[in-house]
Design a protein around this ligand. Structure first.
Ligand code: FES
Length: 142
């Protein structure tokens, strides 16, 4: 029955926030794609970052269980407005507590933590490359 789930989970189940995708070629977009070997579920979480590393937007697509979808939804809500270095401090246990996930579902929130970290790593690498390219173009490039 629906009583199995805490209302926060139900809300993020029924109305997941920020489902969607950004252009992953955009230098200011970080993409984190992670999978859970235990169940085969896959989560893609993206962040849009300004030049100072502040996350201005986030979205996700998760092919997985309801708890993974709810965890992604929470993660996208939390990272918005944070600096990338702040976002990587988000712990899966915080997400799990927020959603009241049972122990067997902890790996679902772990996906969200891993996806945030992967997205941050991706955008940092892309921004570094873009800066390098601009420098090599003699500052004349955009
Ligand atoms: Fe694997 Fe939820 S059961 S991500």
């Amino acid at each position: 029955s629906s009583r199995l789930y805490h209302k926060n989970v139900v809300d993020h189940y029924e109305k997941p926030r920020n489902v969607g995708a950004f252009d992953k070629k955009d230098a200011n977009v970080g993409t984190g794609l992670v999978g859970a070997p235990a169940c085969g579920d896959v989560m893609k979480l993206q962040i849009r970052v300004d030049d100072d590393g502040n996350i201005t937007d986030s979205c996700f697509k998760t092919f997985g269980c309801g708890s993974a979808i709810a965890s992604s939804s929470v993660a996208t809500e939390w990272v918005k407005g944070q600096h990338v270095d702040e976002a990587t401090q988000i712990k899966n246990s915080e997400i799990a507590n927020h959603l009241n996930l049972p122990p067997v579902k902890l790996h679902c929130s772990m996906l969200a933590e891993d996806a945030i970290k992967a997205a941050v790593k991706d955008v940092k690498e892309k921004q570094a490359k873009a800066k390098e390219a601009a420098a090599m173009a003699g500052g004349g490039g955009k």
